[in-house]
Ligand binder design. Structure first.
Ligand SMILES: [Zn+2]
Length: 287
């Protein structure tokens, strides 16, 4: 499981924060630090630390073993790439803070001994370039929030009668776009009683997403027989579905399980994945 940064309480107001201005035994949140800064000379000693930790003598220091994933997710979330991994009250709109997070992430990548392998370094370099680009757009107010945040989806609450709606959606695509779905696979997913089934519209036409909230799982199906199936965490599917397939398999590979739709082998793979996630019971028969 990817790790997020662990919030620590501000020593003044006790609100949790993932970045604090620290000096000796004091660690102040974004709201408390301006009060101290007014006393100028005192303010100068405070340094912004990301995910600070306390040493044995109670001094706050930068934790050097921060989760790279946690850093990246924080920047994404501050730039409002929904849905958020962090609660909103931990995020910031302070450009200097966001910039510090990006630089911190970049410095980790330039010290590759901290990172497991070469692929991971390349993935992160790519992510940093993307974040720098987004950050510049964000500062100019040009980041297309709407495109990134709001995906047109029709959400069907599956009830006994939503299968005909799915069928209608598929049939329409079959006629107008020559898309073909694997009916057996859709039926199989539908019979597992997802909490929601989402049908994509506009650019997302052809997507069907089966969401299982209790198991934090979303199975993304793309129209056209032969396409891969993607399984991601339910709280991330809206964001992840907006990435290109290449980005998914490079930048977000740690969040995605994918199965090629080769012959009939998808059944085995899908069942195994759903068993791991507790959607199918462990003793469900192999088919
Ligand atoms: Zn505070």
């Amino acid at each position: 499981m990817p790790t997020l940064l662990t919030p620590v309480p501000c020593t003044q107001c006790h609100s949790p924060a993932v970045f604090l201005w620290c000096s000796g035994t004091e660690a102040l949140c974004e709201k408390c630090v301006p009060k101290i800064r007014k006393r100028e000379s005192a303010g100068k000693a405070f340094k912004m630390l990301i995910g600070p930790r306390r040493t044995e003598d109670e001094t706050w220091i930068q934790d050097e073993n921060l989760s790279v994933f946690g850093l990246r997710a924080f920047i994404d979330d501050c730039l409002a790439l929904e849905p958020s991994s962090y609660p909103h009250d931990l995020l910031t709109t302070d450009a200097d803070v966001i910039s510090s997070f990006i630089e911190n992430l970049a410095s980790r990548v330039s010290q590759p001994k901290r990172i497991a392998n070469k692929n991971e370094v390349e993935t992160l370099e790519h992510a940093i370039r993307r974040l720098r680009r987004y950050f510049e757009m964000w500062k100019r107010g040009d980041l297309p929030f709407v495109l990134i945040r709001e995906v047109p989806w029709v959400i069907l609450k599956p009830s006994g009668n939503s299968w005909p709606t799915i069928e209608r959606y598929c049939n329409r695509l079959k006629k107008t776009r020559n898309h073909r779905y694997d009916d057996e696979r859709l039926r199989f997913l539908f019979n597992l009683k997802p909490d929601e089934v989402c049908c994509g519209l506009g650019n997302y036409e052809g997507y069907l997403v089966f969401v299982f909230n209790a198991r934090n799982t979303a199975v993304m199906e793309r129209a056209k027989v032969g396409n891969a199936i993607f399984i991601v965490n339910a709280d991330r599917w809206r964001f992840l579905s907006q990435q290109s397939k290449t980005e998914l398999l490079t930048d977000y590979s740690n969040e995605v399980e994918s199965f090629p739709h080769a012959g009939h082998i998808w059944r085995r793979w899908l069942r195994a994945a759903l068993r791991r996630r507790g959607i199918l019971p462990p003793d469900a028969p192999f088919k």
